[in-house]
Design a protein around this ligand. Structure first.
Ligand code: BEZ
Ligand code: FE
Length: 288
């Protein structure tokens, strides 16, 4: 080993030794691995001082643009696949159970309750869509009283939290009936860009990537005795599925949004002016 490599290694060893007395073993384990990998990265790419400064500036800009409505660090984790990797590590697939995907930054606590068959759109623009399904356990028993939180962007690609007024739209929660069934009206999901007017957008441009998310509808399902499920359904046939900006697409979550020509009677007798779609999503929860 030459003298330069020996000195580089010494820096790493000193930092690792500094964690030896950490009172919490997990903190020590995580910090030890973080430093070993970060130092290996600097050595591998022979990081220049200008690049180190650019990295600090990038993280500073992520912090500056973050507020209660915008979380650039989660977005960064999402576009680097860290969010999906953390899900994969923590929620390995359970045969027959519904797969999880990325949470995203647009969930809002306590979105309004809608009755079964109710409409979550509440003024958001888009083509009406009837969504129905069941919630069951891995043995096929219905889960009554499960809470479903559902949220989505309008067909301009915006969530209500991105509107300039405080309007709530295209989100809500509902509960399954005693047979585990649910249904609601929503809008047919369309592809939309993740926020890309900040440092994460610059990163996407610099790496020749686009900001588009494949069209989807978010679900969070909670029921006593089961793991919380955070997932989406994706629209079969959407061309963005192979290039989803946050790597969230899983084949098992791609469902048909069947086109219903204008005049097709909806399942609940509601008057629908033009064409609409319908989708079915049967959910299987993993026990605690
Ligand atoms: C979303 O689907 O809402 C989302 C997920 C990750 C990053 C940005 C948006
Ligand atoms: Fe989304």
């Amino acid at each position: 080993m030459d003298e330069a490599a020996r000195r580089e290694g010494q820096v790493t060893d000193q930092v690792l030794a500094s964690f030896e007395e950490a009172p919490d073993a997990r903190v020590r384990e995580v910090m030890d691995a973080l430093v070993r990998h970060a130092h290996a990265f600097v050595r591998e790419v022979r990081l220049t001082e200008a690049e180190w400064e650019a990295g600090i500036d990038f993280l500073t800009r992520c912090g500056q643009i973050t507020d209660e409505r915008r979380q650039e660090f989660i977005l960064l984790s999402d576009v680097l696949g860290l969010s999906m990797l953390t899900i994969a590590v923590n929620q390995p697939p359970v045969p027959s159970a519904t797969e999880a995907t990325v949470f995203g930054p647009f969930f809002v606590e306590d979105a309004p309750e809608v009755p079964l068959g109710g409409d979550i759109a509440r003024g958001a623009s888009g083509q009406p869509c009837w969504v129905e399904g069941t919630v069951r356990d891995v043995e096929g028993h219905p889960v009554g009283g499960a809470r479903l939180d559902v949220w989505e962007a309008d067909d301009d690609g915006r969530y209500d939290v991105q509107y300039t007024d405080d309007r709530s739209a295209a989100r809500g929660h509902l509960f399954t009936d005693e047979d585990g069934r649910y249904s609601f009206w929503a809008i047919t999901p369309t592809p939309y860009p993740i926020p890309h007017d900040g440092p994460v957008g610059d990163l996407l441009s610099a790496t020749g990537r686009g900001p588009m998310r494949a069209a989807h509808l978010h679900f969070m399902v909670t029921a006593t005795g089961f793991h919380r499920l955070v997932t989406h359904i994706f629209v079969r046939g959407d061309a963005h599925q192979g290039s989803d900006a946050v790597f969230g697409v899983k084949e098992s979550l791609v469902v048909d949004f069947a086109e219903q020509p204008a005049g097709t009677p909806p399942p609940d007798g509601r008057q629908v002016a033009g064409p609409w779609t319908r989708a079915r999503f049967d959910i299987v929860l993993v026990p605690d």
